[in-house]
Structures are given as structure tokens and as C-alpha cells.
Design a protein around this ligand. Structure first.
Ligand SMILES: NC(=O)c1ccc[n+]([C@@H]2O[C@H](COP(=O)([O-])OP(=O)(O)OC[C@H]3O[C@@H](n4cnc5c(N)ncnc54)[C@H](OP(=O)(O)O)[C@@H]3O)[C@@H](O)[C@H]2O)c1
Length: 271
């Protein structure tokens, strides 16, 4: 029998996963149930997708085989404590919260635990989900988690110590890429006078087209650069500017995000 999936927290991530699991064929609506602190978001996603609604977290956890915690970091342990009686060793708990390591999840439950950091790109069944398995997850658990997240993108199994840097590279990156498109378009407006709406539209369309080109198997970013930037041409001058000045921006980005992770790990005094 297909395992029953319970989602706690129907905010941005929880709702995205519900839609994507259904769209990607990982689960059918009747297999999925959801609970949320305030009922409105739960009612809305149930009406949209046809999933089951659970009256509260305990009822949800009692009736699910796989419980996916989609609450923010400070809410993870309180929710685990709330469902402690239902979170028995035969359950599989998946947490998507940033900065809550597997060891902390394990400390609060006998259930087998898995940490997953998905990406909003899974809404389009693309992108990467980062996965850290606890040592006591069975092969069947691992297979199930890989198949769930394989249906909505590319699952990549990593270690806990790799998680922070990999999160910056994948889960945070859609915001970085969107910010780059915004700045690129804004520069076009500042420097050339192209109206901002038009600049944003043209940059966006080109970014989407570039993504599609990069999807062609065996196409690396270096391949694409050499295809567009003919030696001695205009594009090559622009690529040179990026190669000269952009590494420092990216280095600073990784430094800043690592510092923020450390502040979550060690408390606000580290910031
Ligand atoms: N956004 C991303 O791209 C992304 C990617 C990977 C991982 N994450 C991580 O995923 C986690 C969730 O992020 P999010 O963007 O989905 O946050 P969010 O939109 O704020 O959603 C959190 C949800 O949890 C619900 N909730 C809070 N306490 C609860 C409780 N005691 N019982 C039941 N439901 C409860 C909230 O209910 P209310 O409706 O009452 O507020 C809300 O719907 C965060 O740790 C985030 O870092 C996010």
C-alpha cells in the first residue's frame, strides 16, 4: 500500500510540495493530508488540490506514515513535542527547515528522520532537493524519499557538514538569480535609457531561454559562453567584465550566507 503523507505547515514550502508531489506523480491527493497552525491556508490548499485536511497536528501525525514538517526553524521542536506520542519509531519524519540538523531532530523522537532542503524550482519539477539521511533510515525509507523528491526535481544526498554551502548553491539560488536579472535590467535602464518594464521583460525572456539552452544534455556554461562570445567581439568584452568583477561579489555572497548560518547555529551574539 502507498504510504500516507502528512504535511505540517501549509505555507510557502508545504503548499509547494503538495502541488508538486501531485503534479510530478509522486502521490495522489487522497494519499496526502495537511495541517496548519491557522486553518485558512490549509483550507485553501485542500480546496485547490483535493488533499485531505487534518484538524490538528496530532490527528495528522496519527494517520500518516511519512510526516513532512514544513514549519520554520523555531517551530520545529515545539511541533515535534506536540506530536511526540504519535511520532513513534515506525514513522518517517522529514524536516525541510533550514538550520535544524539531523542530530537535533533525532534527539526529540524515536522516528527515523531525514532532512531535506527543497527549492522553489520544484514547483516546475526542476532544480535540486538536498537530502541528509539519519543513520537509522532503512533502505526502503531512502528509496521512498528519493522517489518522492526525484518526482519533483533532482535529489542529491549529502552530509550534514555540506548542507550550509550546498543550500546557498541550490535552495537560495533562485532568489540570487532573480536578483541578478533585476540588477542586469536596472543597469540597462540606467546606462542606456531602455524603459524599466521593457528591460525587465527582455532580460527575463533571455534568462529563461538561456536556462533552456543549458538544459540540453552535455551543455556546460563554458560551452554556452564560447557559443555566444566570439573572440574579439562585443559579448566577449562583457564576459571579461563579469570574469573580472563578479567573483568578488560571489565570494562575498558565500561569506555572508555562511555568517548567517553561523548566527543561527550559535545564537544571535555571533552575528
Ligand atoms: N522558501 C524556500 O525556498 C525554502 C527552501 C528550503 C527550505 N525552506 C525552509 O522551510 C521552512 C518553511 O519555510 P516557508 O517559507 O514555507 O515558511 P512559511 O511560509 O512561513 O510557512 C510556515 C508554515 O508553518 C505553519 N506553522 C507554524 N507553526 C505551526 C504549528 N505549530 N503547527 C502547524 N503549522 C504551523 C505556519 O502557519 P500559519 O499559517 O499560522 O503562519 C505556516 O503556514 C523554513 O525553515 C525555511 O527555511 C524554505
Amino acid at each position: 500500500m502507498d504510504r500516507r503523507i502528512g504535511i505540517i505547515g501549509t505555507g510557502s514550502m508545504g503548499s509547494m510540495l503538495i502541488r508538486s508531489f501531485i503534479r510530478g506523480g509522486a502521490a495522489v491527493p487522497r494519499q496526502i493530508s495537511a495541517a496548519n497552525r491557522t486553518p485558512e491556508a490549509r483550507i485553501a490548499i485542500a480546496a485547490e488540490t483535493g488533499i485531505q485536511e487534518a484538524a490538528n497536528n496530532r490527528a495528522l501525525a496519527a494517520n500518516a506514515d511519512i510526516i513532512i514538517l514544513c514549519v520554520r526553524q523555531p517551530d520545529v521542536v515545539p511541533v515535534m513535542q506536540e506530536i511526540t506520542e504519535q511520532l513513534t519509531s515506525n514513522k518517517l519524519l522529514i524536516s525541510v527547515a533550514s538550520d535544524v540538523p539531523v542530530s537535533e531532530l533525532e534527539a526529540h523522537t524515536p522516528a527515523r528522520v531525514v532532512r531535506v532542503i527543497p527549492s522553489v524550482t520544484s514547483e516546475q519539477l526542476k532544480g535540486v532537493s538536498l537530502i541528509v539521511f539519519s543513520e537509522d533510515t532503512a533502505p526502503a525509507d531512502r528509496e521512498k524519499v528519493l522517489s518522492l523528491f526525484g518526482a519533483i526535481g533532482t535529489p542529491v544526498v549529502i552530509t550534514e557538514s555540506e548542507m550550509e554551502a550546498y543550500t546557498t548553491l541550490t535552495s537560495c539560488a533562485p532568489a540570487f538569480f532573480a536578483a541578478m536579472v533585476r540588477e542586469f535590467a536596472a543597469a540597462a535602464t540606467r546606462m542606456t535609457g531602455i524603459p524599466s518594464n521593457e528591460a525587465e521583460h527582455l532580460a527575463r525572456e533571455t534568462f529563461i531561454g538561456t536556462g533552456a539552452l543549458l538544459e540540453v544534455p552535455h551543455t556546460s556554461s563554458a560551452d554556452l559562453i564560447s557559443r555566444v562570445a566570439t573572440p574579439g567581439g562585443i559579448t566577449e568584452v562583457g564576459v571579461h567584465v563579469i570574469s573580472r568583477d563578479f567573483p568578488a561579489v560571489c565570494d562575498e555572497l558565500f561569506t555572508a550566507t555562511a555568517r548567517k548560518h553561523a548566527s543561527f547555529r550559535n545564537g544571535p551574539s555571533e552575528e
